[in-house]
Write a protein that binds this ligand. Structure first.
Ligand code: FES
Length: 157
């Protein structure tokens, strides 16, 4: 084990964590073990860095990945209330995935369309000027499409 400051640790660990998350969509427990071994650090040190930053997730992303922007413009326009309401509706905290694996929720910093605040990104599509009502409609329409797709899959067998 080395004696590193938090900043040195972060500098050493974050690029690898980013690469793992980019490839797998999350940071599995085995990856922390592997990285600790590779960098000659303890698993606690790796986990400490990963959990300090909000942008790492430890559960696989859901079928539908919902990111709610909490950058300054979106925060001012009610992004935090939108996140709280969505978190309650889905029954998960940011960074988690619903038990049925359908939705994952994440809070993100600016997604680059501040004029449309508050913004959410659902499955890589940006939705601007989002309200709790419009987000509910969006999630309801996703649910309907998924049910339709499931029904037609069942019918084609
Ligand atoms: S702050 Fe949300 S898009 Fe810029």
């Amino acid at each position: 084990m080395q004696d590193l400051s938090r900043a040195d640790l972060a500098e050493q660990v974050i690029p690898s964590l980013q690469e793992i998350q980019e490839r797998l969509g999350y940071i599995p427990r085995e990856a922390i073990t592997w990285l600790a071994d590779k960098l000659h650090l303890s698993e606690q040190e790796i986990y400490g860095v990963a959990s300090f930053y909000n942008n790492f997730r430890f559960t696989p992303p859901g079928k539908h990945h919902l990111r709610i922007c909490l950058g300054t413009a979106c925060h001012v326009q009610g992004g935090d209330r939108l996140l709280a309401a969505t978190s309650e509706k889905l029954g998960i905290k940011p960074g988690d995935t619903t038990s049925d694996g359908r939705y994952s929720l994440e809070r993100v910093a600016c997604v680059g369309c501040c004029a449309l605040a508050p913004a959410v990104v659902l499955d890589d599509v940006v939705h601007g000027r989002t309200t709790q009502r419009s987000l509910k409609r969006l999630l309801d329409s996703i649910d309907r499409e998924d049910r339709k797709a499931k029904k037609s899959e069942g019918g084609s067998q």
